[in-house]
Design a binder for this molecule. Structure first.
Ligand code: PGA
Length: 255
C-alpha cells in the first residue's frame, strides 16, 4: 500500500447527531487533543449551526470549524436563514455545500452554485459535495458528477475556482459501515475523474493540486487504506465523527 504525503484533512460532519452542549464540548475537547497527538492531520468540526455559535467564537486551537450549510441570502428579511457573513463573524473557516442530504430536500445545482459563490465572497472555503445516488451500467453517473461540478465552477471567477474543496460522496455509500464503502482503487478512479473535470476549469497543473475529499462510511476500519491507496487529500466523516471512541480510533488509524 502506498502511504500518503502531506496532511490529511478530516471534516467531522456531526449532522444532527449531537443535541447537547455537553456532548458538543466534549467532542471539541477531544478534537483538540487529537489534532496535537496525531501529526499530519487537520481537523475541521462541522457541528449544528447552534453549536457553532457555542464553540467557534474565540477558538485559538488548531481545530477549525465548518458549517453544515449556509444561506444563499445576504443581510435581508429572511427568517431562519444563516448567512455567510454570520458564519464568518463567528470564526468559521469552511462550509459544506451541496450535501446529498440537502439535495434530497430540494436544493438544485443552481442554488448550490449561488451558495458557493456567497461563501467565497464571505471568506469561507466551500466544501462542494458531489456524488451519484447509484451506479448504472451506461456510466450516466459520471455525466451527473460532471454536471454537479460544472454547474458550480462555471459561475465562479478563475481565482475563486482555486479555493473550492470537492468532496466525492457516493450517496449509496453514506451512513453504512466500512465494508460498504467503495474500495480504495474505486475511489482513486473517481478522484482521477474529478480532477479531469476540474482541469477544464483550473489553469496548468492546479487540478492535480486541488483538495479532493472522500466521504461515505469512513470508519477506523477503512480510513488508512483509502488514505494510502486513492489519492484523496482527506475525508468527510459522518456518523463515526459524532462518537468519541469511533472518532478517536479513526484519527489514530492515520498515525
Ligand atoms: P457517513 O456520512 O460517514 O455517516 O457515511 C458521510 C457524510 O454524509 O458526509
Amino acid at each position: 500500500m502506498n502511504w500518503y504525503y502531506g496532511a490529511m484533512l478530516i471534516v467531522a460532519n456531526w449532522k444532527a447527531y449531537v443535541e447537547t452542549r455537553e456532548e458538543a464540548k466534549k467532542l471539541f475537547a477531544l478534537a483538540k487533543r487529537l489534532v496535537v497527538a496525531v501529526r499530519r492531520v487537520k481537523i475541521v468540526l462541522a457541528p449544528s449551526a447552534a453549536h457553532l455559535g457555542l464553540l467557534a467564537p474565540g477558538n485559538r486551537s488548531k481545530v477549525m470549524f465548518a458549517s453544515q450549510d449556509m444561506s444563499d441570502t445576504t443581510v435581508s428579511a429572511a427568517t431562519g436563514e444563516v448567512t455567510g457573513g454570520t458564519l464568518h463573524n463567528l470564526g468559521v473557516d469552511y462550509v459544506i455545500l451541496g450535501h446529498s442530504e440537502r439535495r434530497a430536500r430540494g436544493e438544485s445545482d443552481a442554488l448550490i452554485a449561488e451558495k458557493v459563490r456567497r461563501a467565497l465572497v464571505n471568506g469561507l472555503t466551500p466544501i462542494l459535495c458531489v456524488g451519484e445516488r447509484a451506479r448504472d451500467e451506461d456510466a450516466q453517473y459520471l455525466i451527473l458528477l460532471k454536471q454537479q461540478i460544472t454547474s458550480v465552477f462555471s459561475v465562479l471567477a478563475p481565482k475563486e475556482r482555486l479555493e473550492v474543496v470537492v468532496a466525492y460522496e457516493p450517496v449509496w455509500a453514506i451512513g453504512k459501515h466500512a465494508g460498504d464503502a467503495p474500495s480504495p482503487q474505486d475511489i482513486g478512479e473517481m478522484v482521477l475523474y474529478i480532477r479531469k473535470v476540474l482541469s477544464e476549469f483550473l489553469p496548468g497543473k492546479s487540478a492535480a493540486k486541488a483538495t479532493v475529499l472522500y466521504g461515505g462510511s469512513v470508519e477506523a476500519g477503512n480510513i488508512r487504506a483509502i488514505a494510502g491507496g486513492s489519492g484523496v487529500d482527506g475525508f468527510l466523516v459522518g456518523h463515526a465523527s459524532a462518537d468519541a471512541s469511533q472518532f478517536t480510533a479513526l484519527v489514530k488509524a492515520l498515525i
